[in-house]
Design a protein around this ligand. Structure first.
Ligand SMILES: [Fe+2]
Length: 404
């Protein structure tokens, strides 16, 4: 562990002790000031070395800035804080005692299922609900990373006058995946550029399905993909692009703003990045997998999340989605959570879109399904495999577009 990780560990250990005291004994316990002093001292140390330190709880993993801390794996307070909406903490400026005290009170208030009144009233209460404490502490669920309020909306492109070729983007995604595979890192600027192009291309078609790539025997959509060499298109690349497009379309259909839509597009593009770690041949094996092969496949969500967070801390949403995209709405699927907790809504969204795209694709073990059959499958699984809101809205979106 480096010095910063040591300080993060010391801070979280002190925080855990303080939360134990406060949740068990309440605010009047005589050691309250003592445990608060300790958390404050450790927080000052932690803040000292990094400009804006952040801590994220991903299931059993504690991620400090961009690195999971091995020694804190399974830290019991992580899942408990996540469950009450404190999945990420950020310290933008030097903390003071009063801010820390408010944070501890708010965390205790949530952890004890709202026994006792929330600190302050009026605007202070609103700030606490929004996860803002003074200028020094921010907390909340992992957000839609990368969304910026000053971001200009995605340009509307005149329909049917542009014949888009996404060959370059396809090449860029292939290259991004190769770079990750070769351990040369994740190139965020290129990923963002691809997502921008996909957003514009999707808007140039009246039907989002027309934007999707269908390599290896499938029929590519009109206006794009048709002039690409199907043999050169891996499923991984087309799936990443398709899930990005579908996820953005659904996010927009459900009313998210343009910054959020773009962040969902990045999460969709990168959700399966961990498959670059699966040995060749397994993902395209026509028959059923052996238990050890299945185990290798089922590692890809955790591998993907780790790859993303290590390379780019701003992509916390994409990391969470990569981690959760094979967990079903009813909690089955993989990875199995040590501590059951709700999934991030964008994980539900990407799960539905990724399943839909896979069903519409030719796979070595089955041919592509007709669109209607795939839509029926989503509806049949709404409430068990899929979050019902996202499954039904995707079906509604596709059926509405078809009537255009
Ligand atoms: Fe996957």
């Amino acid at each position: 562990m480096n010095a910063h990780q040591l300080q993060a560990t010391a801070f979280l250990t002190a925080l855990g002790r303080a939360l134990s005291v406060l949740t068990l004994y309440g605010e009047d316990h005589p050691t309250r000031t003592e445990v608060e002093d300790e958390v404050f001292a450790r927080l000052m140390d932690f803040k000292y070395l990094e400009q804006i330190p952040t801590i994220t709880f991903l299931d059993a993993e504690v991620v400090v800035n961009r690195r999971p801390i091995r020694e804190l794996r399974g830290w019991g307070w992580g899942p408990r804080l996540s469950e009450v909406g404190i999945q990420r903490m950020e310290f933008p400026s030097a903390p003071n005692r009063q801010d820390l005290r408010l944070f501890l009170e708010e965390a205790t208030h949530r952890l004890t299922r709202n026994r006792g009144a929330r600190a302050g009233d009026g605007s202070r209460q609103e700030e606490l609900l929004a996860g803002v404490i003074g200028a020094s502490i921010r907390f909340g669920r992992v957000g839609i990373g990368g969304s910026r309020s000053d971001e200009e909306p995605v340009a509307r492109v005149v329909t049917a006058t542009l014949d888009f070729s996404l060959d370059e983007e396809f090449g860029a995604v292939s290259w991004l995946q190769e770079e990750v595979k070769g351990g040369r890192g994740l190139h965020l600027a290129e990923a963002e550029a691809v997502v921008r192009s996909l957003a514009i291309a999707a808007r140039s078609h009246q039907h989002v399905l027309a934007t999707l790539f269908r390599p290896a025997g499938g029929s590519p959509g009109p206006g794009m993909g048709s002039h690409l060499d199907p043999a050169a298109q891996g499923f991984a690349t087309s799936h990443a692009m398709n899930v990005s497009v579908l996820s953005m379309a659904l996010a927009e259909f459900m009313g998210m703003n343009s910054g959020a839509v773009r962040a969902v597009g990045i999460a969709g593009l990168l959700h399966d990045l961990g498959t670059t770690r699966v040995p060749p041949g397994i993902l395209t094996k026509p028959g059923s997998l052996t238990p050890s092969e299945r185990e290798l496949v089922e590692r890809h969500p955790a591998d993907g999340a780790r790859l993303i967070i290590r390379n780019e801390e701003r992509l916390d949403l994409a990391a969470v989605v990569a981690y959760e995209h094979h967990v079903r709405y009813d909690g089955s699927g993989y990875p199995r959570f040590r501590f059951p907790r709700p999934l991030h809504p964008v994980s539900h969204l990407v799960h539905v879109c990724a399943t839909f795209d896979t069903l519409l694709s030719d796979r070595p073990w089955r041919g592509r399904w007709p669109e209607d059959r795939a839509l029926e499958h989503l509806l049949a699984g709404a409430g068990s495999e899929f979050h019902p809101d996202f499954a039904r809205d995707l079906v509604r979106m596709i059926r509405l577009e078809r009537r255009l």
